[in-house]
Design a protein around this ligand. Sequence first.
Ligand SMILES: Nc1nc2c(ncn2[C@@H]2O[C@H](COP(=O)(O)OP(=O)(O)O)[C@@H](O)[C@H]2O)c(=O)[nH]1
Ligand SMILES: [Mg+2]
Ligand SMILES: [Zn+2]
Length: 325
Amino acid sequence: MDSDRRRRQRTRSQLNEFEAVVLSGTGGVWTVLADSGERHDAALRGRLKQDGNAKLAVGDRVAVERDASDVNAAWAITTIHPRKSKLARRAPSGARGERIVAANIDQVVVVFAAAKPEPHVRMLDRFLVIAEGNDLTARIVINKVELVEPAVVDALVAPYERAGYVVHRTSVKQRLGLDELHEALAGRTSALSGPSGVGKSSLLNAMYPELTLRIGEISESVNKGRHTTVGAVLIPLTDPSGGFVADTPGLREVGLWGMPPEDLDRCFPEFRPVLGSCKYQDCSHDHEPSCAVRAAVDRGDVSAARYESYLKLLSDLPDPSNTWD
Ligand SMILES: Nc1nc2c(ncn2[C@@H]2O[C@H](COP(=O)(O)OP(=O)(O)O)[C@@H](O)[C@H]2O)c(=O)[nH]1
Ligand SMILES: [Mg+2]
Ligand SMILES: [Zn+2]
């Protein structure tokens, strides 16, 4: 931030208003980070609240004003600025609205381990489809690479690299690949996802030692019947170029709810070159004759495992109450 902008910011905060980003909170009180660097608790102004708190998400850029009338927080969020992107769960058919997990996300970073726990490619494919379904770029991190032979990692990631995904091979233990990953996160807002135990917190601590996130903790994911909470937290990165990481423990529950089945094929980037070449325009690439996607699988242009993931997800889609597992 240049000094002019900082001075303006200071002046504005003396006027009891400031611009900020939402770091955490789910309904009620939200923690916001002012552009000047201060953190405050703030509540949604009543007018905005009528739309429901679900409308605000971590990562949202907001305008905040002092509010003496609210007993919960001395600050009120008066404006939610337009989002440039969002990671959202589409509403189950029939329900109103959508649930926004995080706003203004630049990329999704999907972390798996080469071993301990064993990588689960079907789950990896689900994470990638969620990113694609939200029009977000995804990159893949395979951590704990020191536990297996390099050829094992190469075989694991080959279909993804072929599909165009950037894959980071990392080891916190041997400090491998950390600089490249650090660079990929700098100055951007990244949604970090992956199963627990793969080393997400360890990676962040290794790259940003001042974070001191707890290792070996199962992050909280609350999913209690109707009151589903997908609580993401935005962590500011102490990097000269800035950036945030959104820890999105609930991304698994984001599922693919509400995604129309005909949208699924586009969420597999390696299918895209042949989409439109099937005999039937509404081809589901499952059983239809003269299917260009199946032909690409037969030629070896699309990996059989990725195609199987597609079929599995397709068969999961019609039931809107489907969760991930
Ligand atoms: N062998 C090995 N273990 C790791 C590596 N990175 C993290 N771990 C371990 O994996 C476990 C889970 O790590 P954690 O960061 O809590 O995973 P998270 O649940 O994804 O945040 C801890 O015991 C870490 O010490 C690595 O590169 N190699
Ligand atoms: Mg963790
Ligand atoms: Zn087809």
